[in-house]
Design a protein around this ligand. Structure first.
Ligand code: AMP
Ligand code: MG
Length: 322
C-alpha cells in the first residue's frame, strides 16, 4: 500500500477532508495530537480497528483509546454517571487525560481488548478535533509506532515505522506535550491513575481530592502496562548523577547522553533540563540514537514531580526496569 502524506501547511482543509474520508471508509490514518501521533481508525468498526492492530503488531488484548470531539460522542459510547466525571471533564478536556468508563453496547469488544470498559479522551489539537468531527465517529488511536518502539512525536517517526502499512499520515509538525495521556480509571468510587501522562496527579487531586493507590494489580486493569514499550535498539541506562558514570565506556562503546550534565566524550548529546523539555524531546532523542547506531543511551534521571512522573515511567520501561 502507498502511504499518502497529507501536509497541513500546503492544504489544511484538503488534508483534513481526505483523512476523515479515509477513516470513514475503514482505513487507518496517522493523525497529530498534542501528546504523540495517533494511529486512527473508526473506533466502532472492528474491521477498521483490526487494521490498527495489524499495522502496529499490537497484541489484541491491549485496548484502544477512543478520541472524541464533543460531549454527545461521550454519551454514545460510555456510562457517564461517575460523581467526579463532570469536574474532570471541565478541568481537563480537551487535553491529555483519558478516562476509563463502563462502555455502552455500541463499542465493539475489539476496541476494548474484550473489557466491559472503554477509554475515552478529547484531544487538545485543532486538527485532530476537526478530523474526528468530519469523520463523524469516535476515532480509536493508539500511538502510531510499531508496538514496543518509542512513540512518534513527529510525522517522520510515523513514516519510519509504518510507511507502506497504513493509508495516510497527516503531518502537523512536532507534538507539543510529547508523552502520552494520563489514563485514569473511573470505574471505581476513588479514581486511580493507570498510566502517568500529560496531566499530573497533583493537577487531578487539586480538582477531585486524593486519588486511589496505583497498586501492583495494575496490569489486570490496564493491559497496556503488561508489554515492553518505548524501547530503542540501543540499551538504555538511567543514572542518578553524571559522576556515577564511568566515562571509560566512551572508548569502547558508542554512547549517547541525555540530560543536563553531559561529560566530554559522548558520541551524541541531548542537553535537556526541565521535565517539560524531557517530555517533548525524549522519544525523538531515542529515535535519533537508533538512526546513528548508538549502542548505549545514558539518561540522567529527573524528579518524579509533575510531568517528570510520566517521563520517568517511559524511561524505566525503555530501560526494561518495569
Ligand atoms: P496507547 O494508546 O498505545 O498509548 O495505550 C493506551 C493505554 O490505555 C494502554 O495503557 C491501555 O492499557 C490503556 N487502556 C485503554 N483502554 C483501557 C480500558 N478499557 N481499561 C484500562 N486501560 C485501558
Ligand atoms: Mg503506545
Amino acid at each position: 500500500m502507498k502511504t499518502e502524506l497529507l501536509s497541513c501547511t500546503d492544504d489544511l482543509t484538503g488534508s483534513i477532508d481526505r483523512a476523515a474520508a479515509l477513516i470513514r471508509q475503514g482505513e487507518v490514518v496517522a493523525i497529530p495530537t498534542e501528546t504523540v501521533y495517533g494511529l486512527g481508525a473508526d473506533g466502532l468498526n472492528p474491521i477498521a480497528t483490526g487494521k490498527i492492530y495489524e499495522a502496529k503488531g499490537r497484541p489484541s488484548d491491549n485496548p484502544l483509546i477512543l478520541h472524541i470531539a464533543d460531549r454527545s460522542q461521550l454519551e454514545m459510547i460510555a456510562e457517564t454517571n461517575h460523581p467526579m466525571l463532570e469536574a474532570l471533564i471541565s478541568a481537563f478536556w480537551p487535553g491529555p487525560l483519558t478516562l476509563v468508563l463502563p462502555k455502552k453496547e455500541v463499542v465493539p469488544p475489539t476496541s476494548t481488548g474484550g473489557l466491559d470498559t472503554v477509554a475515552v479522551r478529547m484531544p487538545k489539537h485543532a486538527i485532530a478535533l476537526e478530523i474526528i468531527r468530519k469523520a463523524g465517529v469516535p476515532i480509536a488511536a493508539p500511538s502510531a509506532n510499531t508496538s514496543g518502539k518509542p512513540s512518534p512525536t513527529q510525522a517522520k517517526h510515523v513514516a519510519e515505522d509504518l510507511s507502506g502499512r497504513i493509508a495516510a499520515i497527516v503531518d502537523a509538525g512536532p507534538c507539543t506535550v510529547g508523552v502520552e495521556s494520563t489514563v485514569l480509571d473511573l470505574t471505581q468510587e476513588i479514581p486511580v491513575v493507570l498510566r502517568p501522562g500529560g496531566v499530573t496527579s497533583d493537577q487531578i487531586e487539586a480538582v477531585i481530592g486524593t486519588l486511589g493507590n496505583t497498586n501492583a494489580d495494575i496490569s489486570k486493569h490496564s493491559p497496556g502496562t503488561r508489554y515492553r514499550h518505548y524501547c530503542p535498539n540501543a540499551e538504555v541506562v538511567i543514572i542518578n548523577q553524571s559522576s556515577d558514570f564511568d566515562t571509560a565506556l566512551f572508548e569502547i562503546k558508542k554512547v549517547a547522553w541525555i540530560g543536563a550534565h553531559p561529560p566530554r566524550g559522548a558520541k551524541k548529546v541531548f542537553e535537556l533540563t526541565t521535565a517539560e523539555d524531557y517530555a517533548r524531546e525524549i522519544f525523538n532523542a531515542l529515535r535519533i540514537c537508533d538512526a546513528g547506531g548508538i549502542e548505549i543511551i545514558v539518561v540522567e534521571e529527573i524528579s518524579d514531580a509533575g510531568i517528570g512522573a510520566a517521563v520517568m515511567d517511559r524511561l524505566r520501561r525503555a530501560a526494561g526496569k518495569i
